[in-house]
Write a protein that binds this ligand. Structure first.
Ligand code: CMC
Length: 389
């Protein structure tokens, strides 16, 4: 192919340089801006991690307070956004509603088109980080025919989200601090993961200098796919279907016969245990102490144990990924399955925006435009319809 290289699905192509997230897939290492994910999950908060990913350094107290203030200031959405919600059928999947809502935001902020201005970009970034939980909660409440709950700006990022979702009547929903913290940790773990399918989508759309709302709607659409962010939903459905530990061997047999995949296992980059899955497994135990044990956890634990003893999985380096246990926690926190990809999209918004910003500041980046290896027909002449046989 001359100077061109052929690499389907970009498996061996670095499309960019990046200083945001480091993954060592062979050794199960994940770092944001150099900080190990384990330390961030234990000692940091989601908004602190968001600042780190977006700005490159941990914030000092003043910078942090300012960022929290700015994000909080932008939590409300234009009231017309609620009319948009009304256009959806009662059973609309929340992720579909969210993708449309984020795309619609671009029409409210036409100045966001000026993507070359860093100050303007920072305002749009704050807006998106702030509004995602609001849009998610609106989608959820619309889906149930419940009145919308508006942001409470004195609550934490996670608590405000939980309040907008689960508040009943005028009484504020006060989440158990263990559950509030668990959600914050899940947000930290999902905040970025270098050049995955949705981050690549964000960069590709952004490279055409589309506004960040439109680009982010595209990234969300990629995330919605069951092989990407839809996997946690698929895991829960799979665990429900298995139903009992006694049914696991038959299920594993089906996977080995390639009838279906073991959802929540395997990763393009991790060829060892996904470090996020290890943290989530511990968080799940903490959550279950408060909420009571989810019986599906026992199926998941046994599934992991059996799979990791099987030659099929061992020889292919298939280990649990982040999605294997996250759904169980989400369910214990009271989220329905269809909210799972939304819960992935909220924190990943930060990673998408950090990478979008990095791409725009990179002089070597241009509009993304891969080449192809043409395998179609050679030149031929048009045939009139009556002569086509
Ligand atoms: N169950 C059974 N077999 C599998 C699985 C699985 N979950 N994952 C991979 N394999 C097999 C696959 O059949 C292939 O075997 P062979 O070489 O004999 O044909 C081999 O392992 C390599 O698989 P691949 O499809 O070439 O690997 P990939 O890097 O293209 O796919 C993946 C990565 C995540 C799409 C895939 O492992 C998968 O479909 N997993 C289940 C879905 C899932 O959990 N996705 C969440 C990913 S992590 C969160 C995120 O980033 O979104």
């Amino acid at each position: 192919f001359g100077m061109m290289s052929y690499d389907p699905a970009f498996k061996n192509t670095a499309s960019t340089t990046s200083a945001v997230t480091y993954i060592d897939g062979a050794n199960g290492i994940l770092e944001y801006r150099g900080y190990p994910i384990e330390q961030l999950a234990e000692r940091s908060s989601f908004l602190e991690v968001a600042y780190l990913l977006l700005k490159g350094e941990l914030p000092n107290k003043g910078e942090y307070d300012q960022f929290v203030h700015d994000v909080t200031f932008h939590t409300y959405v234009h009231e017309n956004m609620t009319d948009l919600l009304d256009a959806f059928r009662y059973d609309a999947h929340s992720m579909g509603t969210m993708i449309s809502s984020v795309a619609a935001l671009s029409t409210f902020y036409p100045e966001a088109k000026d993507v070359r201005d860093p100050e303007n970009r920072w305002i749009q970034i704050n807006r998106l980080v702030a509004k995602m939980p609001t849009l998610a909660a609106f989608a959820y409440r619309h889906h149930r025919g419940l009145p919308l709950v508006y942001p409470e700006n004195e609550l934490s990022y996670a608590a405000n989200f939980l309040n907008m979702l689960f508040r009943i009547g005028v009484k504020e929903y006060k989440p158990n601090p263990v559950l509030e913290r668990a959600l914050d940790v899940l947000f930290i773990l999902h905040a970025d993961h270098e050049q995955n399918c949705s981050a690549t989508t964000m960069r590709v759309i952004g490279s055409a200098e589309a506004d960040p709302y439109s680009a982010l709607a595209g990234a969300m659409a990629a995330l919605y796919g069951p092989l990407h962010g839809g996997a946690n939903e698929a895991v829960l459905r799979m665990l429900h279907r298995i139903g009992h530990v006694d049914n696991i061997p038959a299920f594993i047999k089906g996977v080995k016969n390639r009838e279906e995949r073991l959802m929540g296992f395997g990763h393009r980059v991790y060829k060892s245990y996904d470090p996020r899955a290890a943290i989530i497994k511990r968080t799940a135990e903490e959550v279950f102490e408060v909420t009571g044990r989810n019986p599906l956890l026992d199926i998941a634990l046994e599934l992991e144990r059996i799979a990791l003893e099987e030659e099929f999985f061992v020889s292919r380096n298939l280990y649990p990924n982040v999605d294997f246990y996250s759904g169980l926690i989400y369910q214990a926190l009271g989220f329905p399955v269809e909210m799972f990809p939304v819960l992935f999209a909220i924190p990943r918004t930060v990673g998408w925006l950090a990478q979008w910003q990095e791409m725009l500041e990179d002089d070597e980046q241009k509009i993304a435009r891969p080449r192809q290896v043409f395998t179609g027909r050679e030149r031929r002449d048009f045939i009139a319809m009556e002569d086509r046989g």
